[in-house]
Design a protein around this ligand. Structure first.
Ligand code: PFF
Length: 446
């Protein structure tokens, strides 16, 4: 496969695209409920440490490979392995990434579909005046209704695939230019709103005063998986975006900007959500339903509550849209790499992901008691294993390839941070990120 000629139109467009990939369900849905389930501030600290020590350097490694290869992830890895006179089996890492994003996108589309449903219900004012029990029952009722779930899952996937089919500069850039600034505005508005209500101070206290007794190897593994998930690292998805990176742009600066924006969104979303939770005296450890139950309850009886709730779900939908486009890209690019036209490649991916997503849809009704591994039904399985195991494992291999296999001159040029910057990055990846990921992964698994 020859080099791709497509490029992001500017440095800013690249940063927006990667931020769009990073900011999504991970920040707004997963971060609050994981923090809630894992004891609050200690989890937050671990996650931030992992973002800095592992996520960020590995993100640079991943984008660097894409930029140096300028092909689909699989083809970039094969091409660069050849340049390095290493085995071209490295290309299977690209296939592993494609499998990872396949499973992630399958549930991502289903949960993002929930936000479509809840956006419409909020706009209709359906939650107004309902009691907490009624709101809980509404969510349960929705989950138990495969038809409504299927409709929303399909609609979301259609939204995603329409942009993907249009191609990078045509589709995604235009969308990002509009969505990312809007997203920040909405989020800041929500936090300002939260600051005037009772739960704000308890939320801050809970988010920022750590209790280290709550930390177990499982919690550490969760924080590790989450750091990779939230930065969109470990599945070769950013590698696909790196292939379109402009020639003159410092990769560390871009990656740092993305990581800071990403953590900021999680913190802002966490403050907004936990303020609502504490204002109503509810349980932070509610699990995946946290946002979808506690927020409507919190807003149901507040002045202008439905307006703020609509804003929140709109925000979530926008954020998930740009992330799911990134999740689809490596699969589409790989199929394109073996000669398929973009439209056809997109259609094939869409059908496959839709089918797998249906197993998640049915995990809340007809297939709720079908256990695929231990006690886990399909939804439980796809929301844990690909994130907590496949992403760190993929990230580990990506880091090894970039820091140990890739020839120095190629890596140096792709990082675009001068010889000292390169040396610092490589030492960090070789002696901190790789051993630490390995350690946490093994201890979590054992
Ligand atoms: N970073 C996205 C989020 O936080 O929702 C999810 C994600 C996107 C994970 C792309 C992995 C990926 F390759």
């Amino acid at each position: 496969m020859s080099e791709t000629l497509e490029r992001w139109s500017s440095r800013r467009a690249f940063i927006l695209a990667v931020t769009g990939a990073a900011v999504g369900l991970g920040n707004i849905w997963r971060f609050p409920y994981m923090t809630g389930e894992n004891g609050g501030a200690a989890f937050l600290l671990l996650y931030i440490a992992f973002v800095l020590l592992l996520g960020l350097p590995v993100m640079m490694a991943e984008i660097m490979i894409g930029r140096a290869g300028r092909r689909s992830p699989m083809h970039s890895l094969a091409y660069l392995a050849q340049q390095a006179k290493a085995t071209t089996h490295w290309r299977w890492l690209g296939a592993f990434g494609a499998m990872t994003v396949f499973f992630i996108l399958s549930f991502y589309s289903v949960v993002s579909g929930w936000s479509i449903e809840f956006l419409i219900e909020s706009i209709n004012g359906d939650f107004e005046g309902l009691s907490p029990d009624e709101i809980g029952a509404n969510f349960e009722g929705f989950l138990a209704d495969p038809l409504r779930m299927t409709f929303n899952h399909s609609l979301f996937l259609l939204l995603t695939m329409t942009v993907v089919a249009a191609g990078i500069s045509n589709g995604l850039e235009k969308l990002n230019n509009l969505l990312m600034p809007l997203l920040y505005l909405l989020l800041i508005a929500l936090v300002v709103y939260a600051a005037f209500h009772d739960g704000f101070v308890p939320a801050l206290r809970w988010l920022f005063s750590p209790d280290f007794d709550a930390v177990t190897p499982g919690v550490v593994l969760n924080a590790l998986g989450h750091a990779f998930f939230t930065l969109a690292v470990g599945a070769c998805a950013l590698m696909a975006y790196g292939a379109y990176m402009p020639d003159h742009q410092s990769l560390p600066k871009a990656a740092l900007a993305v990581a800071v924006l990403d953590v900021l969104v999680a913190l802002l979303a966490g403050i907004a959500i936990f303020s609502a939770v504490f204002a109503q005296g509810m349980d932070p450890a509610e699990g995946p339903g946290l946002m979808f139950v506690t927020l409507p309850i919190a807003f149901a009886n507040l002045p202008w509550g439905m307006l703020w709730l609509s804003i929140f779900f709109l925000l979530l939908l926008l954020a998930t849209w740009t992330s799911s486009i990134n999740l689809a890209e490596p699969m589409v690019a790989t199929l394109q790499g073996i000669g398929l036209r973009r439209g056809r490649a997109t259609a094939i991916v869409a059908v496959g992901v839709w089918l797998a997503g249906m197993l998640s849809v049915l995990s809340f009704s007809t297939m709720a008691d079908v256990h695929w591994l231990g006690e886990m039904n399909f939804f439980d399985l796809v929301t844990t294993i690909p994130t907590d195991i496949f992403l760190p494992l993929g990230g580990l291999l990506i880091a090894i390839f970039a820091a140990w296999v890739l020839p120095r001159e190629i890596a140096l040029r792709a990082l675009d941070a001068g010889p000292n910057g390169f040396r610092a990055w490589r030492a960090m990846v070789r002696y901190v990120s790789i051993p630490l990921t390995l350690l946490v992964l093994l201890s979590g698994l054992l």
